[in-house]
Write a protein that binds this ligand. Structure first.
Ligand code: NAI
Ligand code: MG
Length: 395
């Protein structure tokens, strides 16, 4: 096996708590790698006016694979106010560095598996027709277009006059023509055919390789005719090459309802950027929540792997740490898969499954406790104890 170099981006808050836990598991499973840590997040915004320093970008460009913890993002005004005094008023504008990273490396394919581990007390349950409790086997993998849509960043408050003039050519802009600039905010939803096709192709190929019998395109083409319409069109086209896989088309609103009625009916799901974000958190809630949700951001030859959760600032300072490291550890397993280390990835997932099924070691979220230092006395495992248990269960 060739020795890999992996860029580690712990970031903010609990990002820097869970990422080292994943590295311990990678080491224990015998993954031979060197790690280079790179900066990302709030501290870099405050001190440099750039939450995604160029040297971090260069390291990722060089090594092609990164593990990312989480960052803290704040609204525009708050971000500007926290900039160090020398940098204020110099035109620095805050942007989310993870969104920036996805766009910078065209990491246009986001893969977010939401797969229930048997024995997880947080798994979704419902009542069947005779009142019996059912625990449907949730096994959905969301393919989220990761670089475009409403995250393209093409937005304005007080849009320039040229833009207003251009928009006024659209008959539906009529009600907005006289709205004063400072009262008019526009965020644009941009889809390109190439990106739609790529996410659909990747999703079908994944469904085929992993034995899923359906792919669902979850958009809103009845209202968002142009953007959602293009995604559906491309999905249907790619589907022609996969006659054995069923194609479903759902609307995001109805899908959010169905995900708690019949989640077991869904396999691979395709969605644009914002709907993909929403639906992946929704499905994550059925399999234990953010403590269990891992994701991959894949571009051409570059992969960045991260838990879906954010920096959870209110838990960042607790000593000992209490947050669940499983999402980050599963993200590391996704990285191994992507690197072709599928056996090691499977061993990690099996170890996580064994700890969950064993039911003895549970972080506070698995016990449905309110987070805080008291959870340890209430029997919750610390972050490190959870990792230790996973390592002890590696085959
Ligand atoms: P969050 O994901 O940080 O936390 C929401 C809640 O989920 C927490 O309060 C906690 O109850 C639970 N949670 C999250 N991770 C957990 C874990 N590992 N174990 C147990 N429970 C866990 O989202 P929130 O509070 O909306 O945002 C906090 C900050 O994170 C914001 O600044 C936001 O912008 C940022 N964020 C960053 C993301 C990223 O780096 N990719 C993604 C989402 C939010
Ligand atoms: Mg999200």
């Amino acid at each position: 096996m060739t020795r890999r170099t992996v860029v580690t981006l712990p970031g903010d808050g609990i990002g820097s708590i869970v990422l080292p836990e994943a590295l311990r598991v990678l080491e224990a499973v015998g993954f031979d790698a060197e790690y280079v840590e790179a900066g990302i997040g709030w501290e870099h915004w405050v001190n440099e006016g750039n939450p995604l320093p160029e040297r971090t970008v260069e390291l990722i460009a060089e090594h092609k694979v990164a593990l990312f913890g989480a960052i803290t993002s704040k609204p525009k005004d708050k971000a500007a106010a926290e900039l160090k005094p020398e940098l204020r008023g110099k035109g620095f504008v805050y942007f989310s560095p993870i969104v920036g990273l996805r766009q910078r490396f065209n990491l246009d394919i986001s893969i977010r598996p939401c797969i229930a581990f048997p024995g997880n007390p947080l798994n979704f349950i419902r009542r069947g027709p005779s009142g019996e409790v059912q625990e449907p086997p949730v096994n959905a993998v969301i393919f989220r277009q990761n670089t475009e849509g409403l995250y393209s960043g093409v937005e304005w408050t007080n849009p320039p006059a040229d833009l207003r003039r251009a928009m006024a050519q659209h008959p539906k802009f009529e009600p907005f023509v006289d709205v004063p600039g400072e009262d008019l905010a526009i965020s644009s939803r941009i889809f390109t055919r190439t990106a739609c096709r790529r996410i659909c192709e990747q999703a079908f190929a994944y469904a085929d390789a992993h034995g899923y019998d359906s792919v669902t395109i979850c958009e809103k083409p009845n209202v968002l005719r142009e953007t959602s319409g293009m995604m559906v069109e491309e999905g249907r086209r790619v589907h022609e090459r996969y006659p054995k896989i069923a194609l479903y088309e759902t609307n995001i609103d109805a899908q959010m309802m169905w995900l708690t009625k019949n989640p077991e009916d869904y396999g691979v799901i395709i969605a644009g950027n914002l709907f993909g974000d929403i639906i992946s958190d929704g499905f994550a809630g059925l399999v234990g929540g953010l403590g269990f949700a891992a994701s991959a951001n894949i571009g051409t030859g570059v992969g960045v792997f991260e838990p879906t959760h954010g920096s959870a600032p209110k838990y960042a300072e607790l000593d000992p740490p209490i947050v669940n490291p499983i999402a980050m550890i599963l993200a590391a397993a996704m990285m191994l898969d992507w690197l072709g280390e599928t056996d090691r990835a499977a061993r990690i997932r099996n170890a996580v499954a064994a700890v969950i099924a064993g039911g003895k070691v549970r972080t506070y979220d698995m016990m449905k406790l309110r987070g805080g230092p008291q959870v340890i006395a209430q029997g919750a495992a610390t972050t490190t104890q959870m990792t230790d248990a996973i390592i002890a269960n590696l085959s």
